[in-house]
Write a protein that binds this ligand. Structure first.
Ligand code: NDP
Length: 234
């Protein structure tokens, strides 16, 4: 049976791969896009996740089109890398506001319908650096670590309503986000990956689909790494 799936930041990169993956198994998929046009073949709603009113309006459009969101994937995220000594407060706050508070805004809105239905799946896209840390990414790593505490708290709050909340923590995946890194840094990172390569967006999408599937009904509050072995043990 097809489900109403919403993927934030689903217009490109990992989010697009996740959205296409769900569409490929027959779900009714909506994506939010902040800029540009929605991807071909997917239902797109314009939404900047730093704006609560836009989040609410986007959910209303999705509910009209596909019914209440049954699977939420909070994927939208940004980086504003800088060493702590040079990082200004705006860049720290902007990353937290998008990556962590953005997830709060969409999860809070999605849970309304899920609680009524007594069922739902929430998957938050964190990062291997959330628990490993990463020099020059204190804002980003803090936001991604924050998602873990957020997810696990929701898992406890919402378990009795049959809503699971899990985290997927990708390593380095080839997208626009990682293309920004200088080649030298990319090679350095590859050297720290046991599998010796960057990941693909569809490999992250597969883990998300699993967590949203019937087979994963007894998994909540978990962190699934998709990182080529980079973060082993966390
Ligand atoms: P991209 O930079 O390729 O895409 C980011 C997406 O997030 C875009 O769709 C972008 O929309 C959207 N977005 C950013 N800010 C907002 C906002 N305020 N409101 C709505 N949408 C917004 O990133 P990736 O695909 O690489 O990353 C996706 C997720 O995976 C992120 O959370 C990232 O932190 C995480 N991740 C990525 C890794 C990687 O190696 N690539 C590794 C680990 C985690 P728009 O097109 O409008 O800018």
């Amino acid at each position: 049976m097809s489900r109403s799936v919403l993927v934030t930041g689903g217009n490109r990169g990992i989010g697009l791969a996740i959205a296409r993956g769900f569409a490929g198994v027959g779900d009714d998929v909506a994506v939010t896009h902040r800029s540009g046009e929605p991807p071909e073949g997917l239902f797109g709603v314009h939404c900047d996740i730093t704006d609560t009113a836009q989040v609410d309006a986007a959910f209303k459009r999705v509910e009209e089109e596909h019914g209440p969101v049954e699977v939420l994937v909070a994927n939208a995220g940004i980086t504003k890398d800088q060493l702590l000594a040079l990082m200004n407060e705006e860049d720290f706050s902007a990353v937290l506001d998008t990556n962590l508070t953005g997830a709060f805004r969409v999860a809070k809105r999605a849970v309304r319908g899920m609680m009524r239905k007594r069922s739902g799946r929430i998957v938050l896209i964190s990062s291997v650096v959330g628990l490993l840390g990463s020099g020059g990414q204190a804002n980003y790593a803090a936001s991604k670590a924050g998602l873990v505490g957020f997810a696990r708290s929701l898992a406890r709050e919402l378990g009795s309503r049959n809503i699971t909340v899990n985290v997927v923590a990708p390593g380095f995946v080839e997208t626009d986000m990682t293309a920004q890194l200088p080649q030298e840094r990319q090679d350095e990172i590859k050297g720290t990956v046991p599998l010796g390569r960057f990941g693909r967006a569809d490999e992250v999408a597969a883990a998300v689909r699993f967590l949203a599937s019937e087979e994963a009904a007894y998994i909540t509050g978990a962190i699934i790494p998709v990182d080529g072995g980079m973060g082993m043990g966390h």
